[in-house]
Design a binder for this molecule. Structure first.
Ligand code: SF4
Ligand code: SF4
Ligand code: FES
Length: 270
């Protein structure tokens, strides 16, 4: 077929005045990222979750009523997109305010302090006080599993963990449960993660943008046991376990692990 009759697979649009050419089917968010234009996101996780829930990634598309979530909006020929206007940033600030209004905000003692996507965005958008103080639901921390702690008081309902567990790991140990004010991330019958089909792979932890699901850190307990000389040291080459990447991991000699293999990691499932 002659070149001039071939249907082009490319789409041209402008983002913040910059002309961008991308493949058909690309989302506005992907197009912006390809052009090194930063659009804030919270629920989006590349290749894992694009549900359009948090609305942090909203953009202004000329000719469209209201703002659209860029993570689920596909590019169109001639589209004119703006990502960084006063109105957009005001709307993002309100969204952050609403999330924070029901959030347990004890940042100083949070495991993700300094490495939290919500904290970073709140700082970026100048959220210095909470306008809409909301009623908070009581949540029990689930720390019964050997390696994972869930704290729904910090959960922002982005569902990144659900997508990682269901779509990537194909396990489906956690899901959205309840309605309205009572919606939460939970397991079947609200059981502890320890009593469901969770394999303790830790992918939900990697996906979570905040401190709502995290590794159990028993380094202090282990060091205490070492001090009492009832345990000896063994090495692990795990890349995901905090205790093994930041410092040596110490576990009971009943695990019979060698110095170099990954038996220790198998036992703790990371
Ligand atoms: S550890 Fe793995 S299996 Fe368990 S809830 Fe998280 S992602 Fe699912
Ligand atoms: S636990 Fe984390 S990843 Fe899962 S929905 Fe809550 S904030 Fe999102
Ligand atoms: S990142 Fe697009 S809606 Fe959450």
């Amino acid at each position: 077929m002659p070149d001039n009759l071939k249907q082009s697979n490319k789409v041209k649009l402008t983002i913040d005045g910059k002309e961008v050419e991308v493949e058909k089917g690309t989302t506005v968010l992907q197009a912006a990222r390809q052009a090194s234009i930063d659009i804030p996101t919270l629920c989006f996780l590349k290749e894992i979750n694009a549900a359009g829930d948090c609305k942090m990634c909203i953009v202004d598309v000329e000719g469209r009523r209201g703002f659209v979530p860029s993570c689920i909006t596909q590019v169109e020929e001639g589209m004119k997109v703006r990502t960084d206007t006063t109105e957009l940033n005001d709307a993002r600030r309100v969204m952050l305010d609403l999330i924070l209004s029901t959030h347990n905000r004890d940042c100083l003692t949070c495991v993700r302090n300094g490495n939290c996507e919500l904290q970073t965005l709140a700082e970026k958008f100048g959220v210095t006080h909470i306008e809409y103080e909301g009623e908070k639901m009581e949540h029990k921390i689930d720390d019964l599993s050997p390696s994972i702690v869930r704290d729904n008081g910090k959960c922002i309902m982005c569902k990144r963990c659900v997508a990682a567990c269901k779509n990537v790991q194909k396990i489906g140990a956690i899901d959205l449960s309840g309605r309205g004010f009572k919606s939460r991330i939970s397991t079947e019958n609200d059981e502890s993660l320890n009593n469901v089909n969770c394999t303790f792979c830790g992918q939900c932890i990697t996906a979570c943008p905040v401190g709502a699901i995290y590794e159990k850190d028993e380094t202090r307990k282990c060091l205490e046991k070492i001090k009492r000389q009832r345990y000896f040291c063994c090495c692990s080459n795990s890349t995901s376990s905090k205790s093994s990447t930041r410092r040596r991991i110490w576990i009971s000699n009943r695990y019979k692990c060698s110095r170099t293999n990954g038996n220790s990691t198998k036992k703790i499932r990371f």
